[in-house]
Structures are given as C-alpha cells and as structure tokens.
Design a protein around this ligand. Structure first.
Ligand code: PEP
Ligand code: MN
Length: 625
C-alpha cells in the first residue's frame, strides 16, 4: 500500500508511522511526488487500510493490488530515469545501445565501437560470457573480453553493457562495466536477480523466452526489493508457434509496460527477429510505439561473426536506421541526439574551466512552454533551464555571461520565420552552437475532472488560436482570452479554478501544473514543427559540426546572389535554407541568411569560405553545429 502523507506532517508523526510499519514487518520506501511525501509499505496481504488511514499525518491510503509493488506505477507515478554516466534512459532522448553479440577480439570490438559511436549510439554492448544453446558454441572471452570493453569506454567514452550469467562474476563486473544485463534465459534465475540487485549497478533485464509481462515485472521486483531502482526492461521477442522469425516481437508490451510500471523499456529487435532485414523495420516501429530506446547488434563482418551474424546489421545499415529514428522521434515528442555524448563532455569541460557549478540556458516564457521543452530536450537535465521574459533578454543574458546558452525559435513549418530572432542574430555577436526541432502539439487543458461540455472561456497565445482554428470553429460560443504564452495560460486557469475555463498548451504544461488534458492534438495541421537554435558566446569544444549558418550581403548588381550560390553548388554543398531580410536604414538592400550542410570553418572548406568572402560585401559565420 501507499500512504499519502499530509504536506504539513511533522517529523514526530512520521516517526510514529515508521515505527508502526517496522514493528509489523513492512518493507518501507519513502518518496515524494510534486512535493507530496509518500511512504510505500510492502508487507502481508489483507492489510487493515482503515487503521493506517486513521493515523495522524496520513491523508489517504492507496492499496496496490498487483503482485509487483515497487515496480508498480501506483508506487511511483513519475517515470524512473536510469543514469549511466552522461546517458539517461527513460527521458525524452532516445537511447541506442549497439555492438556485436559477443566480444571476439580487441580489434573486432574496437572497430565496431568506433562505427556505432560515429552513427550516434551512446552505449556499447558486447557479450564476454555468452549463454549459448550448445555447449560447443563460442562461450565468450570471459574476463579478457571485459578488459576490452573497459578499454573501449576509456577510448570512446561509451558506457558498457554486458551480460552476467552467474553471481560468481559479480566482482569482475563491478570492476569493468556500467550496465549488467540479465539475459532472457536467466530472467527467473532468482539468485542472479538478487545478486544484481545488491550490486547496485544499472540492470538491463531481458524478458524471458516464454515469460508473461507479469512474470517479467516480478523479476524486476526482485532487483528493486534489494534496493536497486536502476532497472531497464528489455523486450527481445518471445516464443510463439511462428517459425518465420527467430522469436515474435511483442510490441504491444511497450504500452502495457508503460501503463503498469514506471521503469523504462527498450526493444531488442535483433534477437526478436533473428534476421538482418527485419531489424530496422521493427526498430522503427518500437520507437513509434513509445520505447525508450533500442539495443541493436552490429558487426562489421557478420559472415565471420562467432555468434548471431545473420541478425547483425552492417555499420552503414545501422547508420541509416539512426537517421530514420532521428526523423521519427520528434513525431512522438522525443529526440535522437547525434551529439549526445560530445555535448555532455563539452558542457562538463565548460564547467570545469569555469569552476562555478551548473551551466544555465535561457528560454522564452514559463516552465512548460515549447521553448522549455526544446531546452530540456537539447541539453538533458544537466543544464538548468532559466525562464526569460523576452528574446532580447535572452540574447543580452548570453552576451553578459549571466547564462551560458540561449534557446530561441527560428522558424515554424506552418507560419515561417521568427524574424525578430534573425535580426537579433545579426545584432549580437554570438554563435549558433546547435539546433533542435520540436513537434508542436496543442491540447485542451482544464482543471482535473473538467469536461469539455462546461467550457466557456479558453486561454492561450493568439498564434495558438490560429493554429487550432478548425477545432475552435466547432465551439463558436467560446470566448478566447489571450495569454503571454501557453504555460502562463495553464497557470491562469489553475489559479481561477473554474470548471468553465480551459487553456491550450502542451502536455508538459498540464503535467507541471497538475492539470488535465481533456482533448488531445487539437492543432489543425498535425505537421506543425518549430526549429530552435541554441546560441552561446563561443562554439562548444568538440561539439557536433554538421551544418553551418551564415549571413551575408552582396553588391547590388545582376547575378550577385547567384555567384555566391554557385560556389556551394560547385563544391556539392547542400543548401538547406535561404532567406532574405531588409538591412535596417538601407531601403531595398538585403541580408541573406543561409544554412548549408557542411562545416564551413573546417580546413576542407576553407577555399569555399575564401571564395565567398571575395563575392560578398559583408559575411559572418553564425555558427557550425
Ligand atoms: C544477447 O543480448 O546477446 C543475448 C544473448 O540476448 P537474449 O538473452 O535476449 O537471448
Ligand atoms: Mn546475440
């Protein structure tokens, strides 16, 4: 059961509750959710809930009827985030674990690790102890394999995931690896589960070959009950009567799991299908279905792999899959971040150099706006998001060093450029160090228990009313009240507390303010995306450099712009954006904003930059990112 405690509970009352629970033999977990203190108490069946309800300081008691308790969503409403170094599993950035089935040699593992790192994997997998069906098959390199994995972490900064097959390996694993994997064949090896629970390291728990979801969650419960909350579930296919694939991938397990438990879930389409061509389609489907990540087997020479060659992707195929996931992720409100590890390192270096604690990033408006979402998806939780009242204030704050970064929208797929920010980019001597695209989904939000039938007034930003026109036209009687931003609109209806008020904003804004979404996805055009850029005083060290943004002006003569574009064409550089803006004080003269797919400041493109300088009156590189 869960005891929801009163916010004003005294320490003395808490002690009283604790001592009663302990004397009755309960296992106790203390938590808090949105500042509300909770005690999870696991003990015998048939508890006297009324008795606990009467205790001073207890607001209410929630029974947990499922057989798994600590793993239950009832016990913890918020998603669990599992941290592995700089990587967070379970958040809005998709985590891809890749590598060979088994570590075969130093050379093989390093070659594959370099490839998967290049394409955006953030953790490396490779078995050193292989649980093979046949005792005559390759059993893994043992400790030597673990040493190779540790070397890969040192050299490439990739966290290591490897399988533990016996409690006897625990000390060795503690020394070399970041995540211990419990394989499908060991899902119900209870001594091993208790052992990994005690180890305290993050655990990747695969679903057994013939296990139900409930049995799988009971195995997670074993690990959690040892005090280890860092559990990631991994669906890898189950045995059915269907022989065309090695196993049958149970994708419906994803939404089921998301409902039942707070633990993250990832998908392993390699073991699920056993066939190379089937891996990418199922991986894409898994992300669309809401998985927190993927585990993919990759081999540079699969025909000679010592295990699972037929299901291993070639590195290039893995790269293509990553590009697909990059496109799919924003559709479901997430990101695949190609710069994940480099960015984390660069931010860490920045903090070390400055020696003054957390880095900060300014965004427009309140917590829960789309700008806030862009900010947290770009940086993760390691950079503090700072609400800021205007775009000019964001540029000022970055310039003065009050914050390290700014996150500003540049263009929307439906409404076009945000010109104010283009002008500010020209005015301030700052750099673009990154970009992120967010899907804009609008929801109708009301107080908990609210119903669409009672709504009379709707609060939001005027632009949002525009974007939801079709929906609003169906409710002609509603009064539209304009707010500073979407999150402020939610705050306003919360403060009013009226059943007649609603707001239009993001799901996150509803969650932050404890409000309810009463109608999802009410924007007229679902292909509504906003591209944000991240600005800073200086380029990030080792940051990604795939694109460049430039501003330039040309002389007022025939073909002047054409001459500059010819330079890109001649070097096969893809132009992804071209826009002109009037130059202040010079009527009918224009500045061109150009984005290209190349690092124009790299030595390889120096001739391009030189040529461009010769053909322009003014030229500035806004950033390479
Ligand atoms: C593996 O990940 O290499 C493995 C053996 O997987 P499973 O336990 O899912 O068969
Ligand atoms: Mn394998």
């Amino acid at each position: 059961m869960i005891l929801v405690l009163k916010r004003e509970i005294t320490e003395e009352q808490k002690n009283h509750i604790r001592s009663i629970l302990r004397s009755e033999g309960y296992l106790i977990r203390e938590m808090s959710e949105h500042g509300q203190p909770l005690i999870g108490a696991i003990g015998k069946a048939g508890q006297d809930l009324d008795f606990f309800q009467q205790l001073p300081g207890v607001e209410r008691v929630i029974p947990i009827s499922s057989s798994f308790k600590l793993a239950s969503r009832k016990m913890r409403h918020e998603d669990t985030l599992v941290n592995v170094g700089d990587v967070v599993i379970g958040g809005e950035r998709i985590v891809v674990i890749a590598g060979p089935c088994a570590v075969e040699s130093r050379e093989q593992a390093l070659t594959i690790a370099r490839e998967v790192r290049k394409y955006g994997a953030v953790l490396f997998r490779g078995g050193a102890f292989k649980p093979r069906t046949s005792p005559y098959s390759f059993q893994g390199l043992g400790e030597e394999g673990l040493k190779i994995l540790a070397e890969i972490r040192e050299e490439l900064g990739l966290g290591i995931v490897t399988e533990i097959t016996s409690p006897a390996q625990a000390d060795m694993m503690m020394k070399y690896v970041d995540v211990v994997q419990v394989g499908a064949r060991n899902m119900q090896n209870f001594e091993l589960l208790k052992c990994v629970g005690r180890m305290g390291k993050p655990v990747l728990l695969k679903r057994g070959l013939a296990a139900t979801i409930e049995e799988w969650l009971m195995s997670a419960e074993y690990i959690l009950s040892e005090g280890n909350d860092h559990v990631v579930l991994c669906e890898r296919g189950i045995r059915t009567f269907e022989p065309y694939t090695r196993n049958t991938l149970d994708l419906s397990a994803i939404p089921v799991i998301k409902n039942l438990t707070h633990l993250p879930v990832i998908i392993d389409p390699s073991h699920a299908t056993g066939i190379r061509e089937k891996v990418s389609p199922m991986a894409r489907a898994a992300i669309a279905a809401g998985a927190d990540g993927l585990m993919i087997e990759v081999h540079h020479d699969p025909d000679r792999a010592l295990s699972d060659g037929p299901q291993s992707l070639y590195p290039k195929q893995f790269g293509q899959l990553m590009r697909d996931i990059y496109v799919i992720a924003p559709v479901i409100g997430k990101q695949l971040d190609f710069g994940y590890l480099d960015k984390a390192k660069a931010v860490e270096l920045m903090s070390a150099a400055r020696g003054d604690g957390d880095r900060r990033a300014a965004f427009l408006g309140e917590l829960g706006t789309f700008s806030h979402k862009a900010c947290t998806q770009y940086f993760g939780a390691k950079v503090k998001a700072v609400p800021t009242p205007s775009f000019t204030r964001i540029f000022e704050a970055v310039k003065s060093g009050e914050v390290d970064f700014g996150v500003v929208p540049l263009e929307n797929s439906l409404t076009g450029s945000i010109h104010e920010n283009y002008d500010l980019l020209l005015e301030y001597d700052l750099r673009i160090i990154g970009e992120i695209t967010i899907r804009i989904m609008h929801h109708l939000i009301a107080c908990p228990g609210g119903k669409i039938e009672t709504i009379q007034r709707v609060f939001s930003h005027p632009q949002v009313f525009q974007q939801c026109r079709q929906f609003l036209e169906q409710h002609q009687g509603w009064e539209l009240v304009s707010a500073k931003d979407t999150a402020t609109a939610v705050k306003q209806i919360k403060e009013g507390g009226l059943p007649t008020d609603a707001a239009i904003a993001s799901k996150e804004a509803a969650e932050i303010h404890g409000m309810a979404v009463i109608q999802e996805g009410i924007e007229t055009n679902p292909r509504n995306y906003t591209r944000f850029v991240v600005i800073a005083a200086e380029q990030l060290e080792n940051g990604p450099r795939r694109r460049s943004s430039l501003i330039y002006s040309t002389g007022n003569r025939p073909g002047a712009l054409f001459e500059t574009l010819k330079i890109f064409a001649g070097k096969d550089i893809n132009l992804v954006k071209l826009e002109s803006r009037p130059i202040h004080g010079k009527p009918w003269e224009y500045m061109f904003y150009v984005d290209i797919e190349a690092d124009i400041e790299s030595p390889a493109f120096k001739p391009v930059l030189d040529e461009l300088k010769k053909n322009t009156d003014y030229l500035r590189v806004l950033g390479c990112y």
